[in-house]
Design a protein around this ligand. Structure first.
Ligand code: GLN
Length: 200
């Protein structure tokens, strides 16, 4: 079987660490900087970094519409931290042009300066939690100037919470997490993204 190919939007941010996490789950990382790269991949990651900078790059490279078309093709998309902000319907406090691919509102830098960065374990899966939530139990979540996702629409499923706050949500093939799953050794979320790609 050929290795799955996963694109990483490579404008700015945590591109290398995502590539290493993908290698751990047997996937090939493909840097995405142009529409043509989207045709070569099975899934896409929008990394953490600085959403304002990444949004400017998306505009300059003309990637807003191609990324929306990619999402509509049904292939999985994962946005992490700044990437989650870009997936949201809007960013409430510091406006940034978003893709509107997940029915949620992002609040940027929501944890304040006191606790800019911290690690936490997700709340134990609720009784009746789905398979994905159970597979990710105990994942170490690292937050770096993280956003919060609120005003979730009815189609948005919460897969992980920390202190009752949603930190990983899914709407169809679109996944958004407010932490950095690419840091550390545990690549379970990357594994799920690869497993979620539609059968060829
Ligand atoms: N604070 C950043 C933003 O609002 C996100 C931080 C991150 O991706 N680690 O864009």
């Amino acid at each position: 079987m050929t290795q799955p190919r996963v694109g990483i939007l490579a404008i700015q941010g945590d591109v290398d660490a995502h590539a290493q996490a993908l290698a751990r789950v047997g996937a090939t990382a493909v840097p995405v900087l142009a529409e043509k790269h989207l045709g070569e991949i099975d899934a896409l990651i929008l990394p953490g970094g600085e959403s304002t900078t990444i949004a400017k790059g998306l505009d300059r490279l003309g990637l807003y519409e191609p990324l929306r078309a990619f999402a509509e093709s049904g292939r999985p998309v994962l946005g992490t931290c700044a990437g989650a902000i870009l997936l949201a319907r809007e960013s409430e406090n510091h406006p940034v042009r978003t893709l509107g691919l997940i029915d949620a509102v992002a609040l940027r830098n929501a944890y304040g300066t006191q606790v800019d960065s911290f690690a936490a374990e997700p709340d134990p899966p609720a009784a009746g939690a789905g398979e994905t939530a159970r597979e990710l139990a105990g994942l170490r979540c690292i937050f770096i100037r993280a956003p919060r996702l609120g005003q979730l629409g009815p189609g948005v499923e919460v897969l992980l919470r920390v202190d009752a706050e949603p930190v990983l949500v899914r709407e169809g093939n679109i996944y958004a997490c407010t932490f950095h799953p690419e840091l550390g050794e545990d690549a379970r979320l990357h594994g799920l993204l690869v497993a979620a790609r539609p059968a060829a």
